[in-house]
Design a protein. Structure first.
Length: 84
């Protein structure tokens, strides 16, 4: 939970430098790699913990990227309505 909240700042900072497409592509590639290897690392407890932490960090990325792209696409008044 703490990593989820802390990662939002990191993802938002990266978004400011590189834009939505590149950051979201990286986010999805990380999540795909984690998903495909999740069963293999489940046998090693420390790796399992790291994989779950990365998953929560990526979840924070979704929640930091989408409000800004909704506001950019639909405008500041409608962006919050569309996102919620």
């Amino acid at each position: 939970s703490a990593l989820n909240g802390a990662s939002r700042v990191g993802w938002a900072t990266i978004f400011d430098f590189f834009g939505f497409k590149y950051v979201y592509m990286a986010l999805l590639l990380i999540e795909m790699a984690i998903a495909f290897t999740f069963v293999a690392v489940a046998k090693v407890k420390i790796l399992y913990l790291i994989w779950v932490a990365i998953t929560f960090a990526c979840l924070g990325g979704h929640f930091s990227l989408y409000p800004s792209i909704c506001a950019k696409t639909f405008g500041p008044k409608k962006g919050g309505i569309v996102y919620s």
